[in-house]
Ligand binder design. Structure first.
Ligand SMILES: [Zn+2]
Length: 502
């Protein structure tokens, strides 16, 4: 889908979308069009439930003799309450509506924004961003065209007072959208094509944007002593990999600044191993690499918009399979930091992968802060459903910054507690640690976070459990169902707000 920005003027053809504010308040352009067609828009509004509140939408086919073919009224509610998410949602909502109608080209007019807190150029750029995010589909395995389900909309022009500003603002957002799309692609890809080595190859694509890529194979990880990560992958015919992605965007005095680090769990398929999962729904375990997918998409977004920060992305890639050579319950492995771990359940494998990836990252890069993302526990879905990711941290400032970034972009996180009482549950009677808690089903997400904390040293660290967020079974305005790309926008914002321009 193509995007353009223009000054405010009525288009000569195709579809037109104009705003209506709270209590049926037509914008100037909406009024002008209404007058041109003899009050037809006002009549249509009066004959419907349309009230001008956020999310309201009404389509009117233009009468004969009119230049445009279709007019969409969209409600925006109270101007002073509008947020960037509202404009993004508008873009997505229009795309879905117009694809349903078969429209090919649309001009969206944003006029009379009044006391809206966003600049009109930013608002316009957000509309295009939301539309772009909504336009994503994963269709590389469809071999037959189905014109009826193909999206019809090919171009959106957003008109506002200062279109040059909008065009500029959209450049960065487009780079972020490309990052989100990479994450969605990776998460959607099945495990027979996306396995540790092929995932690592996909990361190499980022070198064209200036990201330095390093891939550690099993030999290298063996020499580093990554027994926790390697144990998970030992039942698979696919070789485990650890990918390091580096973006050095800080300049001048800040160029030598320590990096910030993002670490992702990349279990390309999780059968549970010898502690085999039940069959129903197991296909969903292709996206147990969602944390690694988000870190990779984030690196693409940051490099794409040339973020002024030094960032390291590290992803641990494995496949967890049952096999004659697979890890057994009861096995004891030694992690890179020398700690021994008794494996009581081979399906609690993500924390074993992260244990070595986290330790390696803080040991090698001494980052200012370290954030890991993982589809770590089903328990987090019991706690928070699919509305917020779980946030765990050893640092209140860092937790607050992540929360604020989530609020700003509409990707929520909610912090859960950590304490010694939970940490006790992972003390093994015969090794330093055990990989599941003694508390049964209670507080499973927190106990998992306590396990990770054993491998972060003194680094300010946060863990985001995205098990409920990486995949969606329903459409939202800017996220089509399937891989969501959750976390890319959140962490891009986190970097921008806290590590650029300071
Ligand atoms: Zn598992």
């Amino acid at each position: 889908m193509k995007f353009a920005f223009s000054e405010i003027s009525l288009p000569k053809r195709n579809s037109l979308a104009v705003p209506v504010y709270a209590d049926k308040n037509f914008s100037s352009t909406a009024k002008e069009v209404d007058n041109m067609i003899g009050g037809m828009l006002s009549r249509a509004v009066d004959a419907s439930r349309f009230n001008g509140k956020k999310g309201d939408i009404l389509e009117v086919l233009a009468p004969a003799g009119t230049e445009v073919s279709r007019i969409i009224l969209f409600g925006m509610g109270e101007k002073n309450e509008l947020t960037q998410t509202d404009f993004e949602d508008l873009g997505g909502t229009l795309v879905r509506k117009l694809n349903g109608s078969g429209a090919k080209i649309v001009t969206v007019i944003l006029d009379d924004l009044g006391d809206c807190p966003l600049k009109d150029s930013d608002a316009a750029a957000r509309v295009a961003f939301g539309a772009k995010l909504c336009s994503y589909s994963f269709n590389r395995y469809k071999t037959e065209d189905d014109p009826a389900s193909e999206p019809s909309l090919g171009k959106m022009t957003v008109a506002c007072k200062t279109s040059s500003g909008a065009r500029k603002a959209f450049q960065d957002l487009e780079a972020i959208a490309e990052g989100v799309f990479m994450t969605r692609d990776l998460v959607s890809e099945p495990a027979n094509t996306l396995y540790p080595e092929s995932f690592a190859e996909r990361c190499r694509e980022l070198s064209s944007l200036g990201v330095e890529i390093e891939i550690l194979n099993e030999d290298k990880m063996q020499r580093l002593g990554m027994g926790a990560l390697l144990g998970v992958g030992q039942g698979s015919v696919r070789e485990s990999q650890l990918v390091v992605m580096r973006w050095n965007g800080a300049s001048g005095k800040k160029s030598s600044r320590k990096p910030i680090a993002f670490v992702g769990k990349g279990v390309c398929f999780d059968t549970g191993g010898i502690s085999l999962k039940p069959g129903p729904g197991m296909e969903e375990m292709k996206w147990d690499m969602g944390g690694a997918g988000t870190v990779t998409g984030l690196m693409k977004a940051l490099a794409g918009r040339k973020a002024k920060a030094n960032v390291v992305g590290v992803i641990g890639l494995v496949e967890n399979m049952p096999d004659g050579n697979a890890q057994r319950p009861g096995d004891i492995v030694t992690a890179m930091n020398g700690k021994t771990i008794e494996i009581l359940n081979t399906d609690a494998e993500g924390r074993l992968v992260l244990a070595d990836a986290l330790w390696y990252t803080q040991d090698r890069f001494e980052p200012e802060i370290m954030i890991d993302l993982a589809t770590l526990t089903g328990a987090i879905i019991i706690s928070l459903g699919h509305e917020n990711a779980g946030l765990f941290s050893n640092n209140d400032d860092l937790a607050g910054q992540i929360f604020d970034a989530g609020e700003a972009v509409g990707e929520g996180v909610w912090r859960l507690p950590m304490s010694k009482a939970y940490a006790k549950q992972i003390k093994s009677p015969i090794a330093d640690l055990q990989n599941i808690g003694t508390g049964g089903r209670g507080a499973g997400s927190i106990v998992a976070a306590e396990f990770l904390k054993e491998f972060v040293g003194d680094t300010p660290w946060a863990h985001i459990d995205i098990a409920g967020m990486a995949w969606s079974k329903k459409d939202t305005p800017t996220v089509p169902k399937g891989g969501t790309g959750y976390g890319v926008r959140l962490l891009d914002r986190f970097v921008r707000d806290n590590y650029e321009g300071k």
